[in-house]
Design a binder for this molecule. Structure first.
Ligand code: A2R
Length: 318
């Protein structure tokens, strides 16, 4: 019996390719000159798609996949996939929640520590010879005892709160609904930003969170405030943030995500009061292996009995 056809958007690890290859005939979009043209001829035989949170599934691909059954997304964020369009076609979408909570939380804490303790400046102080030439580096700020506002206290947000506990932080949070936790809840983001030393963004991307960290929220965080973003670049008004960092209205920013990544504005790259990472929140060998395994497991499960392990909430009842 011939294997079902899978359209692979973006990359996949060797282990993923090996497991997928045993069950599916893989067609790699990356190796096609014109994937849309290829789909126009072959799209009707594709029943499965594997993609990632960054590449998602373009509307032009979706339109050319009439017999699609499932989309498996390597990553917890799936804002690059139109889940409503998928659902309307009877296509179930899966993602990789939980297996990356600890890693993304570590990235958030690492960025916060790097901002507070001026890790990059002090590393440069040693490398440049300034230590010998100028003496001790200027003092930094302590990360202990800070009040930290978490924007989006979900799976990862809670993991961040847990990892910050040894720093004697006071955790508060903002989300659309109050959670059953002991932390103080703010129903207004700017109000929370006014009361905290650091604001950590860890909501999903998409229209409902687009630029919710706006000028008002940024100004509320203020000149002594630190903004950490490990969610999506779209969550923060990047232009407003850069202006605030340049003008001293915002103190520091630790960023793993950007509005038009991998393009990062030069004005941001020039600032001394930022720490910039190339969207590596979950990017360790261990965590990416776990995410890859779950991405493949969802597809194999669907092939076996039509169910999936970790559907996105919008497809949970399919
Ligand atoms: O708003 P709620 O009560 O649904 O809480 C969720 C919150 N959230 C929002 N908060 C404020 N304004 C919004 N428009 C909004 N939309 C969602 O974000 C919840 O507390 C949190 C998301 O938590 P989880 O669904 O458990 O997601 P997880 O696994 O923590 O990942 C979060 C995101 C991914 O979507 C990727 O973009 C990124 O982390 O890696």
């Amino acid at each position: 019996m011939s294997k079902p056809d899978l359209f692979l958007i973006g990359g996949a690890t060797e282990v993923m390719l090996e497991r997928l290859g045993a069950a599916f005939t893989i067609h790699k979009a990356k190796e096609m000159d014109d994937p849309v043209a290829w789909l126009a001829t072959h799209g009707d035989k594709i029943t499965y798609v594997a993609t990632n949170g960054h590449d998602g599934v373009k509307p032009a691909y979706m339109a050319a996949l009439p017999n699609l059954k499932a989309i498996s997304c390597y990553g917890v964020g799936y804002d690059a996939i139109d889940t409503n369009a998928a659902r309307a076609k009877g296509v179930v979408v899966t993602h990789t929640p939980n297996v990356l909570n600890a890693e993304v939380a570590t990235t958030a804490v690492m960025l916060m520590m790097a901002c507070y303790r001026e890790l990059l400046r002090d590393d440069a102080w040693v490398r440049s010879g300034d230590w010998e030439a100028k003496g001790n580096a200027p003092l930094t700020r302590s990360m202990d005892g800070q009040t930290v506002g978490i924007l989006g206290l979900g799976r990862i947000g809670q993991a961040i709160a847990d990892k910050l506990a040894p720093f004697d932080t006071t955790i508060v949070y903002h989300s659309r609904s109050k959670k059953d936790v002991a932390y103080r809840y703010y129903d207004n983001l700017a109000e929370m930003a006014r009361d905290v030393d650091a604001l950590i963004c860890i909501t999903p991307g998409g229209p409902s969170t687009n630029k919710i960290v706006n000028r008002e929220a940024i100004d509320s965080l203020g000149p002594q405030g630190t903004l950490i973003n490990v969610s999506r670049g779209s969550v923060v008004d990047e232009t407003a943030m850069i202006a605030a960092l340049q003008e001293g209205r915002l103190g520091w920013a630790g960023l793993d995500v950007f509005e038009a990544e991998p393009k990062v504005p030069e004005a941001l790259r020039k600032l001394p009061n930022v720490v910039l990472l190339p969207h590596v929140g979950s990017a360790t060998v261990e965590t990416r292996a776990a995410m890859g395994a779950l991405t493949v497991d969802n597809l194999l499960q669907h092939l076996k009995d039509g169910t999936v392990l970790t559907p996105v909430p919008e497809c949970a009842d399919m």
